[in-house]
Design a protein around this ligand. Structure first.
Ligand SMILES: *Cc1c(COP(=O)(O)O)cnc(C)c1O
Length: 382
Protein backbone atom coordinates (compact mmCIF):
# COMPACT_ATOMS: atom_id res chain seq x y z
CA UNK A 1 0.00 0.00 0.00
CA UNK A 2 1.24 3.48 -0.81
CA UNK A 3 2.23 5.48 2.25
CA UNK A 4 2.94 9.17 1.91
CA UNK A 5 6.53 9.92 2.88
CA UNK A 6 5.16 12.96 4.77
CA UNK A 7 4.27 12.17 8.34
CA UNK A 8 0.64 13.08 9.16
CA UNK A 9 1.62 14.44 12.58
CA UNK A 10 3.19 17.45 10.85
CA UNK A 11 1.86 20.06 8.40
CA UNK A 12 1.87 19.50 4.68
CA UNK A 13 4.64 21.10 2.71
CA UNK A 14 2.38 23.65 1.01
CA UNK A 15 1.27 24.91 4.45
CA UNK A 16 4.68 25.05 6.11
CA UNK A 17 7.45 27.65 6.23
CA UNK A 18 10.17 25.04 6.66
CA UNK A 19 10.58 21.51 5.43
CA UNK A 20 12.66 18.89 7.12
CA UNK A 21 14.03 15.88 5.31
CA UNK A 22 15.20 13.00 7.48
CA UNK A 23 17.44 10.51 5.69
CA UNK A 24 16.82 7.20 7.41
CA UNK A 25 19.36 5.42 5.19
CA UNK A 26 22.01 7.81 6.53
CA UNK A 27 20.86 7.04 10.09
CA UNK A 28 21.19 3.29 9.47
CA UNK A 29 24.56 3.84 7.80
CA UNK A 30 25.84 5.86 10.75
CA UNK A 31 24.79 3.12 13.16
CA UNK A 32 26.59 0.46 11.09
CA UNK A 33 29.68 2.63 10.90
CA UNK A 34 29.82 3.01 14.70
CA UNK A 35 29.09 -0.69 15.18
CA UNK A 36 31.97 -1.60 12.86
CA UNK A 37 34.29 0.85 14.63
CA UNK A 38 33.44 -0.68 17.98
CA UNK A 39 33.53 -4.36 17.18
CA UNK A 40 33.63 -6.72 19.06
CA UNK A 41 31.60 -4.52 21.43
CA UNK A 42 27.83 -4.51 20.86
CA UNK A 43 26.32 -1.27 19.59
CA UNK A 44 23.17 0.12 21.18
CA UNK A 45 21.43 3.40 20.26
CA UNK A 46 20.34 6.36 22.36
CA UNK A 47 16.92 7.60 21.19
CA UNK A 48 15.98 10.00 24.01
CA UNK A 49 14.46 13.41 23.24
CA UNK A 50 12.22 11.98 20.48
CA UNK A 51 15.21 10.37 18.79
CA UNK A 52 17.25 13.60 19.07
CA UNK A 53 14.34 15.41 17.44
CA UNK A 54 13.97 13.28 14.31
CA UNK A 55 11.01 11.22 15.58
CA UNK A 56 11.26 8.29 17.99
CA UNK A 57 9.30 5.75 15.98
CA UNK A 58 11.12 6.35 12.69
CA UNK A 59 14.49 6.34 14.43
CA UNK A 60 13.73 3.19 16.40
CA UNK A 61 12.33 1.22 13.46
CA UNK A 62 15.23 2.16 11.24
CA UNK A 63 17.85 1.24 13.82
CA UNK A 64 16.10 -2.03 14.68
CA UNK A 65 16.03 -2.96 10.99
CA UNK A 66 19.72 -2.10 10.75
CA UNK A 67 20.40 -4.68 13.48
CA UNK A 68 20.25 -2.68 16.71
CA UNK A 69 18.53 -4.50 19.56
CA UNK A 70 19.34 -2.33 22.60
CA UNK A 71 18.03 1.19 23.14
CA UNK A 72 18.48 3.90 25.76
CA UNK A 73 15.83 6.53 26.53
CA UNK A 74 15.87 9.16 29.27
CA UNK A 75 12.33 8.87 30.61
CA UNK A 76 9.84 6.10 31.38
CA UNK A 77 7.34 7.85 29.12
CA UNK A 78 9.79 7.56 26.23
CA UNK A 79 10.39 3.93 27.09
CA UNK A 80 6.69 3.12 27.07
CA UNK A 81 6.29 4.75 23.64
CA UNK A 82 9.31 2.87 22.36
CA UNK A 83 7.94 -0.43 23.65
CA UNK A 84 4.87 0.01 21.45
CA UNK A 85 7.13 0.44 18.44
CA UNK A 86 9.61 -2.33 19.26
CA UNK A 87 8.11 -5.23 21.25
CA UNK A 88 11.38 -7.19 21.10
CA UNK A 89 13.94 -4.54 22.04
CA UNK A 90 15.96 -4.23 25.23
CA UNK A 91 15.12 -0.77 26.63
CA UNK A 92 17.10 1.03 29.35
CA UNK A 93 15.83 4.18 31.08
CA UNK A 94 18.84 6.41 31.75
CA UNK A 95 17.15 8.74 34.22
CA UNK A 96 16.51 5.78 36.46
CA UNK A 97 13.48 4.65 38.43
CA UNK A 98 10.64 7.14 38.95
CA UNK A 99 8.77 6.58 42.20
CA UNK A 100 5.19 5.42 41.68
CA UNK A 101 5.93 4.19 38.14
CA UNK A 102 7.51 0.86 39.12
CA UNK A 103 4.60 -1.22 37.77
CA UNK A 104 4.76 0.62 34.43
CA UNK A 105 8.46 -0.20 34.06
CA UNK A 106 7.66 -3.84 34.66
CA UNK A 107 4.63 -3.87 32.36
CA UNK A 108 6.60 -2.27 29.47
CA UNK A 109 9.73 -4.32 30.30
CA UNK A 110 11.78 -1.17 30.84
CA UNK A 111 15.10 -1.64 32.59
CA UNK A 112 15.87 1.25 34.96
CA UNK A 113 19.45 2.48 35.14
CA UNK A 114 19.81 2.71 38.92
CA UNK A 115 22.18 5.38 40.18
CA UNK A 116 21.42 5.84 43.87
CA UNK A 117 20.93 3.54 46.87
CA UNK A 118 17.30 4.69 47.22
CA UNK A 119 16.45 3.65 43.68
CA UNK A 120 18.04 0.24 44.19
CA UNK A 121 16.04 -0.27 47.38
CA UNK A 122 12.78 0.85 45.74
CA UNK A 123 13.28 -1.51 42.77
CA UNK A 124 14.10 -4.37 45.14
CA UNK A 125 11.05 -3.69 47.31
CA UNK A 126 8.81 -3.59 44.25
CA UNK A 127 10.33 -6.77 42.85
CA UNK A 128 9.75 -8.62 46.11
CA UNK A 129 6.15 -7.36 46.26
CA UNK A 130 5.45 -8.97 42.89
CA UNK A 131 7.59 -12.00 43.75
CA UNK A 132 9.91 -11.60 40.78
CA UNK A 133 13.52 -10.84 40.06
CA UNK A 134 13.61 -7.71 37.94
CA UNK A 135 16.49 -6.59 35.70
CA UNK A 136 18.39 -3.36 36.23
CA UNK A 137 21.49 -1.54 35.08
CA UNK A 138 23.83 0.05 37.61
CA UNK A 139 25.21 3.52 37.01
CA UNK A 140 28.47 4.31 38.78
CA UNK A 141 29.74 7.89 38.71
CA UNK A 142 33.36 8.14 37.61
CA UNK A 143 33.82 11.90 37.72
CA UNK A 144 30.89 13.67 36.12
CA UNK A 145 28.92 14.14 39.34
CA UNK A 146 25.61 14.03 37.60
CA UNK A 147 23.96 10.63 38.11
CA UNK A 148 25.35 7.42 39.55
CA UNK A 149 26.54 5.68 42.68
CA UNK A 150 29.78 6.87 44.18
CA UNK A 151 32.51 4.26 44.15
CA UNK A 152 32.03 3.89 47.92
CA UNK A 153 28.30 3.28 47.49
CA UNK A 154 28.99 0.83 44.68
CA UNK A 155 31.37 -1.03 46.97
CA UNK A 156 28.65 -1.45 49.58
CA UNK A 157 26.45 -3.22 47.00
CA UNK A 158 29.23 -5.40 45.55
CA UNK A 159 30.10 -8.93 46.54
CA UNK A 160 26.93 -9.96 48.33
CA UNK A 161 23.63 -10.24 46.50
CA UNK A 162 23.11 -6.50 46.19
CA UNK A 163 19.42 -6.17 46.94
CA UNK A 164 17.04 -9.12 46.91
CA UNK A 165 14.83 -8.91 43.82
CA UNK A 166 17.22 -6.75 41.78
CA UNK A 167 19.04 -8.60 38.99
CA UNK A 168 21.75 -6.30 37.61
CA UNK A 169 22.72 -6.99 34.03
CA UNK A 170 24.79 -3.99 32.95
CA UNK A 171 27.26 -1.59 34.54
CA UNK A 172 27.43 1.89 33.06
CA UNK A 173 29.18 5.20 33.57
CA UNK A 174 29.19 8.37 31.49
CA UNK A 175 32.05 10.51 30.15
CA UNK A 176 32.03 14.25 30.87
CA UNK A 177 34.65 15.43 28.36
CA UNK A 178 34.93 12.88 25.56
CA UNK A 179 34.14 15.67 23.07
CA UNK A 180 37.65 16.99 23.92
CA UNK A 181 39.91 13.94 23.35
CA UNK A 182 42.90 15.47 25.11
CA UNK A 183 41.06 16.36 28.30
CA UNK A 184 42.71 14.74 31.36
CA UNK A 185 39.33 13.81 32.89
CA UNK A 186 38.86 11.16 30.16
CA UNK A 187 41.79 9.06 31.44
CA UNK A 188 40.80 9.60 35.06
CA UNK A 189 37.27 8.37 34.32
CA UNK A 190 38.69 5.34 32.55
CA UNK A 191 40.72 4.48 35.65
CA UNK A 192 37.73 4.97 37.97
CA UNK A 193 35.62 2.78 35.66
CA UNK A 194 38.22 0.02 35.95
CA UNK A 195 37.76 0.15 39.74
CA UNK A 196 33.98 -0.02 39.36
CA UNK A 197 34.26 -2.99 37.01
CA UNK A 198 36.45 -4.82 39.49
CA UNK A 199 33.55 -4.58 41.97
CA UNK A 200 31.12 -6.20 39.51
CA UNK A 201 33.35 -8.47 37.42
CA UNK A 202 30.44 -10.49 36.00
CA UNK A 203 28.53 -7.54 34.56
CA UNK A 204 28.93 -6.36 30.96
CA UNK A 205 30.18 -2.77 30.96
CA UNK A 206 29.25 0.35 28.98
CA UNK A 207 31.03 3.71 29.02
CA UNK A 208 31.11 5.19 25.52
CA UNK A 209 28.73 7.82 24.20
CA UNK A 210 29.36 8.88 20.57
CA UNK A 211 32.56 10.72 21.43
CA UNK A 212 33.68 7.74 23.51
CA UNK A 213 33.21 5.43 20.51
CA UNK A 214 35.38 7.76 18.42
CA UNK A 215 37.97 7.92 21.23
CA UNK A 216 39.16 4.40 20.47
CA UNK A 217 38.99 0.85 21.81
CA UNK A 218 40.10 1.72 25.38
CA UNK A 219 36.69 3.30 25.83
CA UNK A 220 34.52 0.65 24.16
CA UNK A 221 34.07 -2.17 26.72
CA UNK A 222 31.03 -4.39 26.00
CA UNK A 223 28.27 -2.04 24.87
CA UNK A 224 28.43 1.29 22.99
CA UNK A 225 25.82 3.99 23.65
CA UNK A 226 26.04 6.49 20.78
CA UNK A 227 23.42 9.19 20.33
CA UNK A 228 24.41 12.37 18.48
CA UNK A 229 26.71 10.68 15.95
CA UNK A 230 23.84 8.48 14.74
CA UNK A 231 21.93 11.62 13.81
CA UNK A 232 24.87 13.14 11.96
CA UNK A 233 25.95 15.57 14.68
CA UNK A 234 29.55 16.26 15.59
CA UNK A 235 30.64 14.33 18.67
CA UNK A 236 34.25 15.51 18.96
CA UNK A 237 35.35 19.11 18.70
CA UNK A 238 38.53 18.57 16.72
CA UNK A 239 38.91 17.23 13.21
CA UNK A 240 36.27 16.38 10.66
CA UNK A 241 32.91 14.92 11.52
CA UNK A 242 33.03 11.39 10.05
CA UNK A 243 29.25 10.89 10.18
CA UNK A 244 26.76 11.40 7.34
CA UNK A 245 24.20 14.20 7.80
CA UNK A 246 20.73 12.85 8.56
CA UNK A 247 18.61 16.00 8.83
CA UNK A 248 18.17 18.72 6.20
CA UNK A 249 16.21 21.87 6.95
CA UNK A 250 15.06 24.07 4.09
CA UNK A 251 13.20 27.36 4.41
CA UNK A 252 10.62 28.79 2.03
CA UNK A 253 11.48 32.10 0.36
CA UNK A 254 8.65 34.62 0.85
CA UNK A 255 10.18 37.69 -0.80
CA UNK A 256 13.42 38.86 -2.38
CA UNK A 257 14.13 42.55 -1.72
CA UNK A 258 16.63 45.08 -3.03
CA UNK A 259 18.55 46.71 -0.20
CA UNK A 260 21.04 49.60 -0.28
CA UNK A 261 23.95 50.02 2.13
CA UNK A 262 22.16 53.03 3.67
CA UNK A 263 19.28 50.78 4.80
CA UNK A 264 19.06 48.18 7.55
CA UNK A 265 17.27 44.86 7.74
CA UNK A 266 15.20 43.54 10.62
CA UNK A 267 14.90 44.19 14.35
CA UNK A 268 17.39 46.44 16.02
CA UNK A 269 18.59 47.62 12.60
CA UNK A 270 21.77 45.56 13.06
CA UNK A 271 21.74 43.99 9.57
CA UNK A 272 23.32 45.95 6.73
CA UNK A 273 24.82 45.14 3.32
CA UNK A 274 28.11 46.82 2.41
CA UNK A 275 27.05 47.33 -1.22
CA UNK A 276 23.70 47.43 -3.01
CA UNK A 277 22.27 43.93 -3.07
CA UNK A 278 19.35 41.61 -2.47
CA UNK A 279 18.06 39.78 0.58
CA UNK A 280 15.73 36.79 0.64
CA UNK A 281 13.23 36.65 3.50
CA UNK A 282 12.50 33.05 4.50
CA UNK A 283 9.68 31.65 6.61
CA UNK A 284 11.62 30.07 9.50
CA UNK A 285 12.53 31.69 12.83
CA UNK A 286 13.20 31.05 16.47
CA UNK A 287 9.64 29.79 17.02
CA UNK A 288 10.76 26.91 14.80
CA UNK A 289 13.73 26.18 17.04
CA UNK A 290 16.13 28.00 14.71
CA UNK A 291 17.87 29.72 17.58
CA UNK A 292 17.82 33.50 17.71
CA UNK A 293 21.50 33.45 18.63
CA UNK A 294 22.32 32.16 15.13
CA UNK A 295 21.54 35.61 13.72
CA UNK A 296 23.88 38.50 13.10
CA UNK A 297 24.61 40.53 16.22
CA UNK A 298 27.21 42.72 17.82
CA UNK A 299 28.89 39.49 19.00
CA UNK A 300 28.59 37.19 16.03
CA UNK A 301 28.62 37.31 12.23
CA UNK A 302 25.72 34.87 12.22
CA UNK A 303 25.13 31.65 10.34
CA UNK A 304 24.61 31.16 6.59
CA UNK A 305 22.19 29.30 4.35
CA UNK A 306 22.91 27.65 1.01
CA UNK A 307 21.42 27.41 -2.46
CA UNK A 308 22.89 26.07 -5.70
CA UNK A 309 26.53 26.46 -4.72
CA UNK A 310 26.14 29.84 -2.98
CA UNK A 311 26.58 30.51 0.72
CA UNK A 312 24.02 33.04 1.96
CA UNK A 313 24.99 34.90 5.16
CA UNK A 314 22.19 35.82 7.57
CA UNK A 315 21.48 39.54 7.53
CA UNK A 316 20.45 40.93 10.91
CA UNK A 317 18.64 39.14 13.66
CA UNK A 318 16.58 35.96 13.53
CA UNK A 319 12.92 36.91 14.10
CA UNK A 320 10.28 34.62 15.55
CA UNK A 321 9.10 33.48 12.12
CA UNK A 322 11.54 35.01 9.61
CA UNK A 323 15.21 35.18 8.66
CA UNK A 324 16.86 37.46 6.06
CA UNK A 325 19.70 36.04 3.93
CA UNK A 326 22.07 37.85 1.60
CA UNK A 327 21.39 36.48 -1.90
CA UNK A 328 23.27 39.19 -3.82
CA UNK A 329 25.65 36.58 -5.28
CA UNK A 330 22.87 34.33 -6.59
CA UNK A 331 21.33 34.74 -10.09
CA UNK A 332 17.83 36.17 -9.84
CA UNK A 333 16.08 33.17 -11.40
CA UNK A 334 17.69 30.80 -8.85
CA UNK A 335 16.20 32.40 -5.78
CA UNK A 336 12.69 33.80 -5.97
CA UNK A 337 9.40 33.58 -4.10
CA UNK A 338 8.73 29.89 -3.41
CA UNK A 339 12.36 28.74 -3.66
CA UNK A 340 13.75 26.64 -0.81
CA UNK A 341 17.00 27.59 0.91
CA UNK A 342 18.98 25.05 2.93
CA UNK A 343 19.52 26.22 6.52
CA UNK A 344 21.39 23.06 7.47
CA UNK A 345 22.04 19.70 5.87
CA UNK A 346 24.78 18.44 3.59
CA UNK A 347 26.11 21.93 2.65
CA UNK A 348 25.72 23.79 5.94
CA UNK A 349 26.61 21.54 8.89
CA UNK A 350 24.14 21.63 11.74
CA UNK A 351 27.07 22.21 14.09
CA UNK A 352 28.06 25.31 12.13
CA UNK A 353 24.63 26.87 12.74
CA UNK A 354 24.72 25.75 16.37
CA UNK A 355 28.19 27.23 16.76
CA UNK A 356 27.02 30.59 15.44
CA UNK A 357 24.32 30.49 18.14
CA UNK A 358 26.84 29.62 20.86
CA UNK A 359 25.48 26.12 21.34
CA UNK A 360 25.84 22.54 20.09
CA UNK A 361 24.11 20.52 17.38
CA UNK A 362 22.28 18.49 20.05
CA UNK A 363 20.25 21.55 21.03
CA UNK A 364 19.35 22.49 17.47
CA UNK A 365 18.21 18.92 16.74
CA UNK A 366 16.15 18.47 19.89
CA UNK A 367 14.49 21.86 19.31
CA UNK A 368 13.25 20.93 15.82
CA UNK A 369 9.79 22.39 15.45
CA UNK A 370 6.46 20.73 14.92
CA UNK A 371 5.79 23.56 12.43
CA UNK A 372 8.03 21.99 9.80
CA UNK A 373 6.69 19.66 7.15
CA UNK A 374 8.63 16.43 7.59
CA UNK A 375 9.67 14.01 4.93
CA UNK A 376 11.31 10.69 5.75
CA UNK A 377 13.42 9.28 2.95
CA UNK A 378 15.67 6.24 2.70
CA UNK A 379 14.79 2.89 4.13
CA UNK A 380 12.05 2.60 6.74
CA UNK A 381 10.97 -0.99 6.48
CA UNK A 382 7.81 -0.96 8.54
C1 LIG B 1 22.73 11.12 26.10
C2 LIG B 1 23.58 10.04 26.64
C3 LIG B 1 24.36 9.25 25.79
C4 LIG B 1 24.53 9.57 24.32
O1 LIG B 1 25.40 10.67 24.22
P1 LIG B 1 25.88 11.27 22.80
O2 LIG B 1 26.88 12.29 23.19
O3 LIG B 1 24.65 11.86 22.20
O4 LIG B 1 26.42 10.17 22.01
C5 LIG B 1 25.02 8.16 26.33
N1 LIG B 1 24.96 7.89 27.66
C6 LIG B 1 24.25 8.67 28.52
C7 LIG B 1 24.25 8.33 29.96
C8 LIG B 1 23.56 9.78 28.04
O5 LIG B 1 22.88 10.55 28.90
Amino acid sequence: MFRSPFSPAYPREQHAGGRLTVDLAALAGNWRKLRDLGQPAQCAAVVKGDGYGIGLDHAANTLWNAGCGTFFVALPEEGMRLREVLPGATIYVLNGLFRGAEADYREAKLIPVLGSPGEIEDWGRFARSVERELPAALHVDTGMNRLGLTLAEAESFAGVEMEPGVAPQLLISHLACADAPGHPLNRRQLEAFAEARALFPDLPASLANSAGVLSGPDYHFDLLRPGIALYGGRAQNDGNNPMAPVVTLEARVLQVRDVTPEESVGYGAVGCLDKPGRVAIVSVGYADGLLRGAGESELSAGAAGWIAGHRLPYVGRVSMDLIALDVTSVPEQVVERGSWIELFGSHIAIDEVAGAAGTIGYELLTDLSRRYARRYVGLDLR
